[in-house]
Structure formats: C-alpha cells, structure tokens
Design a protein around this ligand. Structure first.
Ligand SMILES: *Cc1c(COP(=O)(O)O)cnc(C)c1O
Length: 379
C-alpha cells in the first residue's frame, strides 16, 4: 500500500482548503462519549434498547405522532413501506426527479415504476400529471417525494388517494423537519419514510424512520424490521433485519439536542446565498405557509452550458458542487423499456440544477465568496 505524502506548500494551497458540498455534523465528543458510557452500563447494544427507546419517544413527542418506528436507514424504510402496502407486481407512480433509492427500492420489491412529470417551479411530483396517468393506467399506489425538503402538494395527493382508493406513500427522506401549511407533513398520507443518514440535517450516522397513519401498519412494521417474528416466536410474514443499534441511537440523541441550532445556521447561509447570488439563477419555489428543512442549496441555471461552466469555475477554487439528481433516474428506466421520455418539465429542469455547498459550519464569508465566483460565470 502506498501512502501519499504532502509537502507543506501543498497543504497550504487551495486543495487543502476545499469546501465540500456538505459535511456531516459531529456533536461534541464528550457528549457522545457520555451516552456511549450509558450503553456500556446498560450492557445493551441492539434489539430495541433503552437509548433507542428514548430517541423514539422524543421524536414521537416532537412530531406529535404515536406511530413512529426508527429503522437502520431510509432505504429500508422505503422497502418496508412498499412491502406493507403489497406493491409486488403493482404499478406505482413516483417522481422522476429524486434520489435513486425512491425508485430502486420499488424495483427491489418487484413493483413496476411509473413516472409522472414534476412541476417546473417546485420540482415536486405534479398532481395534474399524476391524474393524467391515472386516467390511462391502473395504478396501485403513489410515492410523492418532498424534494430538497420542499413539501409537495400534500392536500391534493390526499384527495387523489381517497378518490382512487390507493395508498399515498411519501419519500420524506429529506423532509423530517419540513412543514406543510404550518403543520407537520406527517398529518397527511398513509406513511412517510425518512432518512437519518449522516448527510441529512438530523442524523444517526445511518438510520431512518417510518411514520404511519394507522396503528395496524405500524404494528406490522414493528414485526417486519425484526425478521417478522411474532410475540409468540412464530414467523407469519417474512421480515428483514432493519433495527437500529444503541450506538447509532446515542448519536441521534446528541444531534437532536443541537438540531435547532443546525437549522438556524443553515437557514442563515441560505439567506446569504439568496441575497448575493446572480439574478440569472432561480431558486426552488416554496409556498408561503410551508417550511422547507434547510438541507440543500439547489439553484437552477438558464441552461446546462452555464451549469457546466459554473461547476468547473467553482472546482478551480476548491468549491465542490453537486448535480443532484443527475444523471436522471427516469432516463435509465425509460430507456430500459425502450421508451422516449415525455417528461418535459423533468427533462428541462434536471439538466440545470446544481447544489451549492451547505453545512452548519459554512462561514458567511465563504458563501459570499461562492456567490462572487458565480457572478464571474455570467460576466
Ligand atoms: C437520502 C435519501 C434516501 C435514502 O436514505 P438512506 O438513509 O441513505 O438509505 C432516499 N430518498 C431520498 C429522497 C433521499 O434523499
């Protein structure tokens, strides 16, 4: 194995001062160690221990919900939700503009992924496009995504779910702290799947949760994450292992204690971005009564050429940006089926969105510096 050595001069150049697109939050180590010591004293590492129980209770209280179940990651949460609503061999509409897991978890359980288009301004699944698909095809469930934490049209999807008698399963991986019409997003839909991955605003290193409307679905999920074992030891439905360990839960408690501060710091950065970014860049449209958890800083370029130029220009100064979500999922899926995409809004928008650095410890001066570099792209 070789080991790269650095000269002092190299460590002082811009490559040593790269700004990543995001950085996970590390709570003060003394606080984490204190909780780890608890875990040692308890002599309990996993399988529904007391630290996980405390984290669960705190989240239930925070979101005023009885049916919140913590799991080992957001993708497991999606797979379990899809399993509970029996989506094997079923047609499921989801957004083409999302992180791959939304759709690959559907494929993993053998569902048929159907796309509807997104709104050109909110970048969320468009309920009108969903209605058009519903007119032409038998659909068994809808999986809207609250993309970049921006709540989609939850009231309209609620209506559609009732009208067509199909479940609405939310990929809320990025939206734990978001609000729709001044209320928690969890007041809508049959289930929400959230992610507590290290790169998310609230995290447990790896982790996630399911928040159900119905008690019965919640109780089924409790069994499914533990191999499907019933209280008498029998297995009636085959489950999986999606439990979260005590050490992960301990990290969750530390991060939860600081989460209001993290939201504030990231929101301040977003404000600074919005004041200083060139006017050629557009932001995601957020409705006034909604709150978007400050997880990402996506901007829409007038065209892909400007985006590529900006990506390069930032990288030269050690600023890393990321094209979320690119290449587009739906292209792969459609090309597999030999279909040409007719998702006009998604086609138009997904080529032009770049996420700029956003993290709790990004300095105001760094945000202004990034904005100035972007002004150079358009000058
Ligand atoms: C992060 C994310 C996931 C996956 O969550 P993991 O915890 O990483 O498995 C799924 N969907 C969306 C939209 C995400 O952002």
């Amino acid at each position: 194995m070789t080991c790269k050595t650095f000269k002092i001069s190299e460590l002082n150049d811009s490559s040593a001062q790269q700004i990543p697109v995001t950085r996970p939050y590390f709570p003060p180590i003394e606080k984490y160690t204190r909780l780890v010591e608890n875990v040692y004293e308890n002599g309990w590492l996993t399988n529904g221990g007391p630290v996980l129980d405390e984290l669960t209770q705190r989240l239930k209280q925070k979101f005023q919900t009885e049916h919140l179940l913590i799991v080992n990651n957001g993708t497991s949460a999606l797979q379990i939700a899809y399993k509970i609503f029996n989506l094997e061999n079923k047609n499921v509409i989801t957004s083409p503009y999302t992180f791959p897991a939304t759709a690959t978890a559907l494929q993993w359980i053998g569902a048929n992924v159907v796309h509807a288009d997104i709104c050109p301004d909110t970048w969320n699944l468009d309920s009108k496009s969903v209605r058009q698909v519903l007119e032409n095809q038998k659909i068994d469930a809808i999986v809207p995504v609250n993309i970049f934490g921006n709540p989609c049209n939850l009231a309209e999807f609620e209506k559609i779910g009732k009208e067509f008698n199909i479940p609405i399963i939310y990929d809320s991986a990025q939206a734990l702290l978001s609000k729709y019409q001044n209320q928690p997003i969890f007041n809508f839909g049959d289930v929400h799947c959230v992610s507590f991955h290290a790169t998310k605003l609230f995290h447990t290193v790896e982790g996630g949760a399911l928040i159900f409307k119905n008690k019965q679905d919640y109780e089924t999920a409790q069994k499914l994450i533990n191999f499907g074992i019933e209280s008498n030891g029998e297995v009636l439905i085959p489950g999986t292992n999606a439990k979260l360990s005590e050490l992960h839960a301990a990290m969750g408690i530390c991060v939860l204690n600081d989460v209001d501060m993290l939201v504030q710091m990231r929101s301040d950065n977003i404000q600074t971005y919005k004041q200083h970014l060139p006017k050629q860049l557009q932001f995601q449209k957020i409705n006034e009564s909604d709150f978007t958890a400050p997880m990402y800083m996506p901007v829409l370029f007038p065209n892909e050429q400007f985006l590529l130029k900006a990506e390069k220009h930032l990288a030269k100064s050690g600023i890393l940006s990321r094209r979320y979500f690119y290449p587009r999922n739906h292209k792969f899926l459609l090309e597999d089926q030999g279909i040409v995409s007719n998702l006009r809004n998604c086609d138009s928008v997904s080529n032009r969105i770049l996420c700029l650095p956003l993290m709790h410890d990004l300095k105001e001066s760094e945000v202004v510096y990034i904005c100035n570099l972007l002004h150079e792209v358009f000058s």
